[in-house]
Write a protein that binds this ligand. Structure first.
Ligand code: ADP
Ligand code: ASP
Ligand code: MG
Length: 417
């Protein structure tokens, strides 16, 4: 079995879906599980539906209409025959979504979010599966929620590996071509859950682990993993081979080309991960596998935007000791703030935080009761793996630096955006 993942950018329009077939023609499609994300920016568009719905905004209807028109445009471009059953299937998914929202009584944002946003993947996989069938590629459409079981931590669900392994092993994967959704799963009450934004890569890792796949390929709009995000840095270069450990480090520091959770299941079974271009599928791209840490060996630049730099000191200038630190961390955990960098001295403690769930202001109330608190929002965290003095000089040029830190292999700096 091989696992392929096509992200939102690769299926953002009809041409993208047609290109997916071209990729399969070039690289083969026997015994392949294809994980597909929501088309284009549909997850963001569905997030807007959730906001409008819960806040009872007048834009609610328009935001839902946008989801319909986006997908119908793609359908019309792909299928000449308006009688094709796919039109009915997508219409019925959208009316399921409308009915679900009408009947819903919960005001819990995270729960409503997962029940809604998952439609992006449900619709995209329906379209891709029908289009493949239409073009003669027999395939099975699998509902990922029937096999990926999680806890009920909506928007950031944790996989129940035992149940998932059992379900995938038992029934899910037939020989041939299987299409399924990235990003989504279900809890023990069969409510839909999601694995965190950009979680489709992780789904690919889960399926690969549970089927003992020979490889995973994620198809991207870039030639592979580069030594920096090409949207941010100029003259980036392709990394041809990366070890699992190094890739985990790069993803952890924020190289958004691979979702950080994807690598661990692959590493455990030494399943190679390829990151390749969906435009030039025959090109080598990057392979993540056991072996040399980084080929070619060079500095890698990573930036994480919209972070918060928080500094705490004790109200009476006493030391910040283990007890305080453990209390601070349990608050971070409680409010789901991710800690990206830590620096502490005798009387102060600084961290760079990622507030994915917008809980920082609630956290502040607790912290202010016990500590002197300073913070700066909207800062960027820059990381250079395998830094050189030239690389640091290049990065620091024209930056308003708030904090820096380096270890043997990793240089980090927090700067104003
Ligand atoms: P997907 O369509 O699979 O969701 P993403 O948009 O999430 O794809 O990821 C691809 C993008 O990741 C690229 O267009 C690129 O801008 C960005 N990116 C960030 N860091 C890197 C990196 N180190 N190498 C390549 N691309 C990167
Ligand atoms: N569609 C989801 C997102 O945009 C998952 C993914 O694309 O990986 O976050
Ligand atoms: Mg993505």
């Amino acid at each position: 079995m091989r696992v392929f993942k096509f992200g939102g950018a690769s299926v953002k329009d009809a041409e993208g879906v047609q290109n997916l077939i071209k990729v399969l023609q070039k690289v083969g499609h026997a015994d392949t599980i294809i994980i597909v994300s929501a088309m284009g920016k549909m997850t963001n568009a569905l997030e807007a539906v959730v906001e409008n719905y819960l806040n009872k905004n007048s834009e609610f209807g328009d935001s839902l209409e946008l989801i319909k028109t986006y997908h119908f445009r793609i359908l019309e471009d792909l299928f000449n025959n308006i009688q094709h059953p796919v039109f009915e299937k997508v219409t019925s998914l959208i009316s399921d979504l409308e009915t679900m929202l009408k009947r819903n009584k919960s005001a819990r944002y995270d729960y409503v979010y997962d029940q809604t946003v998952s439609y992006g993947e449900l619709i995209s996989t329906t379209i891709v599966s029908e289009y493949l069938s239409e073009k003669g590629y027999a395939n099975t459409l699998l509902d990922a929620r029937d096999v990926i079981k999680t806890n009920d931590h909506y928007r950031d669900a944790t996989v129940d590996w035992e149940k998932t392994q059992q379900l995938i092993g038992n029934k899910a994967i037939k020989k041939g071509l299987t299409i399924t959704q990235g990003f989504i799963g279900s809890d023990s009450n069969n409510f839909t859950t999601t694995l965190g934004r950009e979680g489709s890569d992780y789904t690919a890792g889960i399926f690969a682990y549970c089927t003992n796949a020979t490889s995973v390929t994620i198809w991207k709009d870039v030639p592979g993993v580069l030594n920096g995000d090409p949207r941010v840095f100029q003259n980036t270069e392709l990394l041809s081979q990366i070890s699992y450990e190094e890739a985990i480090e790069l993803a952890f520091y924020g190289a958004s080309v691979i979702h950080p959770k994807t690598l661990q299941p692959l590493q455990r079974k030494e399943i190679p991960l390829f990151v390749k271009s969906f435009v030039n599928p025959k090109n080598e791209g990057t392979s993540v596998r056991k072996g040399q840490s980084l080929v070619p060996h060079m500095p890698c630049f990573i930036v994480k935007k919209n972070q918060i730099l928080l500094s705490l000191s004790s109200l009476d200038f006493s030391f910040i000791v283990e007890e305080n630190i453990s209390e601070i961390f349990s608050l971070f955990h409680q409010y789901h703030l991710k800690v990206d960098l830590i620096q502490n001295s005798a009387i102060s403690f600084s961290v760079c935080l990622d507030d994915k769930f917008h809980n920082f202001d609630q956290l502040l109330v607790h912290l202010k009761a016990k500590f002197r608190v300073r913070y700066e929002k909207n800062v960027s965290l820059f990381t250079i793996r395998h830094f050189t003095s030239n690389a640091i000089e290049f990065l620091e040029d024209n930056m308003d630096i708030l904090l820096k830190q380096s270890t043997k292999e990793t240089y980090q700096m927090v700067a104003k955006q």
